[in-house]
Ligand binder design. Structure first.
Ligand SMILES: Nc1ncnc2c1ncn2[C@@H]1O[C@H](COP(=O)(O)OP(=O)(O)O)[C@@H](O)[C@H]1O
Ligand SMILES: C[C@@](O)(CCOP(=O)(O)O)CC(=O)O
Ligand SMILES: [Mg+2]
Length: 338
């Protein structure tokens, strides 16, 4: 039995635009998905994923799209729910050259699903790592990240960047631009997350931005502007001392860029009333800046505040179900057992 766990992430800036080759800077946070993989004697895959929003269910199937698990819920729901675990198993079989490998898989996660904190990437990264290790074929981190990206790319119908999967694999803050992925030295930023209890559909939201971009030059310009602000943010981070606490000027400058980034994401149609309400509650409470994180549509915002004011204000904000401080996860995917 092999257990691996991988962290979720917040986007300091750059989501959506990163899908079109602009740079983005996500940072891993201490909320993790743990995947257990136990090889089986047959070629079946049995998945226990109690956190799935289908009220928790257990299914047994041999993988692949033709073989539908025997559970009493509509097929699209099952496919949407199982897609990432399924794709992770396929990548592990391919990497280990074991097309008929079967597994008992268990997923346990404290990352809310579909909320912009990268639960899908964490499940895929931890899943591929656990399954390949269970087969005695551990991957190096770069290959693991690349295979996790391919899994997300497939499930999201060819619309994914390497940002989430690379960040979850490596931990810390990273910068991703196309296929150029590097860890970066960043100071420990005071992230506060607000969660509206809901979720967005990543594939649908990405497709919406794609359509807007194709239709209007100003939408394409908006995506480019996100890239410009990310480049400015990268310069700020490069000048900062990663060893000491970030100074107030740096936080103010990063916060201003986050505010701008949220405005541009809203213009691209991926914000939501609940996300805007949490962003404004954070700003009113004195946060240096606040923005939605991830695909949007519902889910989480991230703010910068070293004091408790934003977390307190968010906990009293209508529509905010949970507010918490998110510590930077310096370690990416890791083996818990054996
Ligand atoms: N704990 C989990 N168990 C099984 N699958 C999960 C789990 N967490 C996430 N997933 C998969 O990831 C999907 C959500 O991914 P996505 O829409 O990209 O949102 P995000 O990555 O922002 O959380 C879920 O529908 C599910 O398929
Ligand atoms: C919108 C996007 O940039 C980030 C999606 O993040 P999440 O799955 O909502 O955590 C898509 C991608 O980069 O693959
Ligand atoms: Mg995702």
């Amino acid at each position: 039995m092999t257990v691996c766990e991988a962290p979720g992430k917040v986007y300091l800036f750059g989501e959506h635009a990163v899908v079109y080759g602009e740079p983005a800077v996500p940072a891993a946070i201490e909320r993790r998905a743990a995947v257990t993989a136990e090889p089986r004697a047959d070629d079946h895959v049995r998945v226990e994923a109690e956190d799935l929003s289908l009220d928790g269910f257990t299914v047994e199937y041999s993988g692949g799209t033709s073989d539908r698990p025997d559970v009493d819920v509509p097929t699209p729901l099952v496919e949407a729910a199982m897609g990432y675990v399924d794709a992770a198993v396929e990548q592990a079989r391919d990497a280990a050259d074991a097309p008929d490998a079967g597994f008992d898989i268990t997923v346990e996660s404290d990352i809310p699903l579909g909320a912009g904190l990268g639960s899908s990437a964490a499940v895929v990264v931890a899943g591929i790592d656990a399954a390949t290790r269970a087969l005695g074929e551990p991957l190096d981190r770069r290959e693991l990240a690349e295979r996790a990206y391919r899994a997300e790319f497939e499930v999201q119908d060819g619309q994914a960047s390497r940002a989430d999967t690379f960040c979850s694999t490596m931990g810390g803050a990273v910068r991703v631009e196309g296929d150029d992925c590097e860890p970066i030295d960043a100071p420990n930023l005071p992230f506060v997350v607000g969660f509206d209890g809901g979720a967005g559909d990543t594939g649908e939201l990405v497709a919406g931005v794609r359509a807007l971009r194709a239709e209007h030059e100003f939408a394409a310009d908006t995506v480019e502007s996100v890239g410009d602000l990310v480049r400015e943010g990268e310069r700020l981070l490069a000048d900062a001392d990663p060893e000491s606490d970030p100074d107030p000027e740096l936080l103010a400058a990063l916060g201003e860029l986050m505010d701008f980034n949220h405005g541009l994401l809203a213009a691209l149609g991926v914000s939501a009333r609940s996300l805007d309400a949490m962003v404004w509650a954070a700003r009113d409470a004195g946060a240096h800046g606040a923005k939605l994180t991830g695909a949007g549509g519902g889910g989480c915002i991230v703010a910068l505040d070293e004091s408790d004011a934003t977390e307190t204000a968010l906990s009293f904000t209508q529509g905010c179900e949970e507010a918490f401080r998110a510590e930077l996860a310096t370690e990416g995917v890791r083996v818990v057992e054996p």
